[in-house]
Design a binder for this molecule. Structure first.
Ligand SMILES: O=P(O)(O)OC[C@H]1O[C@H](O)[C@H](O)[C@@H](O)[C@@H]1O
Length: 293
């Protein structure tokens, strides 16, 4: 277990859910937990938090971590017969390696999850997941690999459920023109317009075939809070994107009363057309967050 940079911060991790921190050469840092293979926090070299990690997260071994980057696999949300968001976010992953890349100074960590009797009880497929994060002060790149290690084909949906620090005056841009499934409105289909998405209202939408970069643009409050002017969010392999921000009245577990107004999730996802993998095949998807000056 480690503690966050400032003594005023709530504890980071617990005995049941240890959290480890790795530093890049430029002083940026990343915290991760084997619980769910979750990246918990990415600090710039100025110590600013770029991800949202709920101060009310209970750090118990059975729960997904409320914040950071939970890994959603093999089912997104309740869109199928499995438990909501699948099992990868609550399983205990292995740490394959961590360190600093001598060539470019980036910090990195790789975690992996293989099928177990518990996963096969809910989803009867041998698989291997590998999550590799590389980061410095300017960017965090997160790659998810899915390998079919069995002898029969399987299909899955997935997401990197990234919780980004955001204030209500911030906006999300770059998703205009895409086909949308509005999860908050009975899966109504609509076409996104070009207007920036305001973060002073709840939203739960899937944007299909999201290939272009998305920007989280700061308003006054975000700039006053010391956040970088904007965050550029790019993805490859993942064909869809989700923008989710709960309402104050949602009263989500592990979130403080003002938590809904401190983040937005911009998720790199595959939902509309599940990935089908034959035995021995590998699928890769990457989400990259670039902190612009
Ligand atoms: O509360 P959780 O189970 O972590 O789910 C959090 C959210 O995940 C996704 O973004 C879904 O689109 C939302 O409908 C869901 O509320």
């Amino acid at each position: 277990m480690t503690t966050a940079a400032s003594p005023a911060q709530p504890p980071l991790g617990s005995e049941a859910v240890p959290v480890v921190t790795v530093a890049a050469r430029d002083g940026a840092r990343l915290a991760f937990a084997r619980q769910g293979g979750t990246l918990c926090q990415w600090w710039g070299r100025d110590g600013a938090e770029r991800l949202y990690l709920s101060p009310a997260n209970p750090w118990v071994a059975t729960d997904a971590i409320r914040g950071g980057v939970p890994v959603i696999f093999p089912q997104f949300a309740a869109r199928g017969p499995l438990p909501k968001h699948g099992f990868a976010r609550t399983a205990v992953w292995a740490v394959v390696g961590q360190g600093v890349d001598e060539t470019d100074g980036c910090g990195w960590v790789t975690m992996a999850l293989d099928d177990t009797p518990e996963t096969r009880a809910v989803w009867p497929h041998p698989f291997r997941l590998e999550l590799t994060a590389r980061f410095d002060d300017d960017q965090l790149s997160i790659r998810l690999d899915v390998v079919n290690s069995g002898s029969a084909a399987f299909a899955f949906t997935t997401a990197l459920h990234s919780y980004l620090r955001a204030e209500v005056s911030d906006r999300v841009t770059g998703l205009g023109g895409l086909e949308v499934i509005d999860s908050a409105d009975g899966d109504r289909r609509l076409r996104a317009d070009d207007a920036p998405i305001p973060l002073d209202a709840p939203i739960d939408r899937i944007f299909l075939n999201a290939r272009a970069p998305v920007t989280l643009a700061r308003g006054d409050a975000g700039l006053r809070a010391g956040l970088r002017a904007s965050l550029l969010i790019e993805q490859s392999g993942f064909c869809d994107a989700v923008v989710w921000k709960p309402a104050a009245t949602d009263r989500l577990p592990a979130l403080p009363p003002d938590g809904h107004s401190r983040f937005v999730c911009v998720e790199a996802a595959v939902i509309g057309a599940p990935v089908a993998l034959d035995p021995g095949q590998r699928w890769s998807g990457t989400q990259t967050l670039r902190a612009l000056p």
